[in-house]
Design a protein around this ligand. Structure first.
Ligand SMILES: NC(=O)c1ccc[n+]([C@@H]2O[C@H](COP(=O)([O-])OP(=O)(O)OC[C@H]3O[C@@H](n4cnc5c(N)ncnc54)[C@H](OP(=O)(O)O)[C@@H]3O)[C@@H](O)[C@H]2O)c1
Length: 413
């Protein structure tokens, strides 16, 4: 019994009641409902039962990945994880969508994941592809009640998932996020998530939230770890806005550039989501919070004039060409000064700005084309010449690769 209770104490699990018979072979105890999964895992680990089905613990424990979301990025990630399964100690045990979940505690094979992805490509729901119908909270509770090993929840939705993430932390999951929303709400909700992770002894990684697969958050961590101090982070972090603004700088009408961004799948079906600057501002906020900013989310400069913000989408698309002339003259005025227009976010410990800026055409930001992102770090060491990271800032494959790095980091440490 000493082994059981020291394992529980080490995991911060509070024991409410104990009943022990005359035999050493059985013991019953009561813990809070929310701590049962963690308690089971701690006891299994103490008695080397953490390997599913019992028996000795493997030398290096497995990391069991649960995908919260099985859309474009979730499917690309599942394939990248499954492709490297030989010898890897990371495997996908479950995938969730809005309808329900598919779970196999022994790991979902690459063939199974491929079939699920094909089914989703054709518009089917996981609940109808051999899965179970359930809400995400119910699915997580069911998965956590199994002896999953080092469970890691990957949030690849685009929803407000903070409540689910709190639940998952309580059930012993580490978190990897591509979804910005849980990190870009009020200062209070952001701090609450970090505090919940710390209290549960869990970790949160979120490289893919800014710059997709580019190593932005990782670079910040490495700069800080090496004793540097990051003073500000500036950049172009919206592939859609980058595409639209570099196209208008090259002479394309604004309406045509926006239409192309939608057709090529860079923009949301309603491009005002991107043109509002809200998504770029969320990324700026995540960066500012890395620098210690504790305030509320910033207001972004909206590229859609107020009169067109609330009209139905077809009306907006019909009337967008009325903006072309204004954009043409803005671009011409900037060009006369040797400048181009770019949507820039600037993050410091004091705040965030997300706005349309005129930058020299021959500067690194001015030279950006298409959907490429660029992020520059001004630090104590990189002061006169900032450290710059640039490259593709969107796309399911590169985003999945960024997530994979986070998963590997958690699995290895
Ligand atoms: N695509 C990129 O290039 C890129 C780059 C960087 C970051 N990201 C971020 O990555 C995330 C995913 O992007 P995506 O392009 O893969 O989006 P997506 O194709 O729309 O996929 C979203 C997935 O989340 C699922 N989902 C939504 N609400 C859910 C819930 N309550 N419970 C369980 N599952 C739920 C959806 O289920 P259904 O299938 O049932 O609808 C869908 O499978 C987003 O936050 C995005 O901002 C994307």
């Amino acid at each position: 019994s000493a082994r059981v209770f020291s394992a529980l104490a080490a995991g911060g699990v509070n024991v409410i009641a104990i009943a022990q018979g005359s035999s050493e072979l059985n013991i019953s105890f009561v813990v809070e409902g929310g701590q049962t999964a963690e308690a089971a895992r701690r006891v299994h680990a103490a008695f080397q039962l953490s390997k599913i089905g019992g028996g000795r613990s493997p030398e290096a424990p497995r990391t069991d990945v649960v995908l919260l979301g099985f859309g474009r990025v979730g499917r690309a990630l599942a394939d990248q994880l499954a492709a490297r399964n030989g010898g890897s100690r990371v495997r996908v045990v479950a995938a969730l969508d809005r309808s329900g979940y598919v779970f196999d505690p022994r790991g979902l094979s690459r063939q199974r994941l491929l079939r699920l992805a094909q089914g989703k490509d054709q518009g089917a729901l996981l609940a109808a592809l051999g899965g179970r119908k359930a809400g995400a909270a119910e699915a997580l509770a069911f998965i956590a009640s199994h002896a999953v090993s080092r469970p890691t929840l990957v949030d690849v939705t685009a929803e407000e998932t903070a409540d689910l993430l709190h639940l998952a932390l309580g059930q012993g999951f580490d978190l990897v996020l591509a979804n910005k929303k849980p990190l870009a709400g009020s200062g209070q909700s952001y701090q609450a998530l970090l505090a919940a992770a710390a209290a549960a002894g869990r970790r949160i990684r979120y490289e893919a939230t800014v710059g997709a697969g580019l190593p932005i958050i990782d670079t910040h961590l490495k700069l800080v770890e090496s004793g540097d101090r990051v003073l500000r982070i500036d950049g172009c972090v919206s592939g859609t806005l980058g595409y639209v603004l570099s196209s208008v700088s090259e002479g394309k009408p604004f309406s045509g550039a926006v239409g192309e961004a939608v057709d090529k799948g860079y923009a949301e079906p309603d491009p005002r989501e991107d043109l509002s600057g809200r998504d770029a501002a969320r990324k700026g906020l995540i960066l500012a919070r890395l620098l210690g900013y504790a305030g509320s989310p910033p207001a972004a400069e909206d590229l859609v004039p107020p009169a067109l913000r609330r009209v139905p989408l077809p009306d907006f698309l019909r009337r967008i060409s009325s903006l072309d002339e204004e954009w043409r003259s803005r671009v011409a005025r900037a060009a006369a000064r040797g400048h181009v227009l770019r949507y820039v976010v600037s993050a410091t410990s004091r705040g965030v700005r997300a706005h349309l800026a005129e930058v020299p055409a021959d500067s690194p930001i001015g030279a950006l084309r298409g959907t490429r992102n660029l992020v520059s770090f001004t630090t104590r060491r990189y002061r006169a010449e900032p450290l710059v990271i640039t490259g593709p800032g969107a796309g399911a494959q590169v985003t999945a690769a960024g997530i994979l790095n986070d998963i590997q980091y958690l699995a290895a440490t």
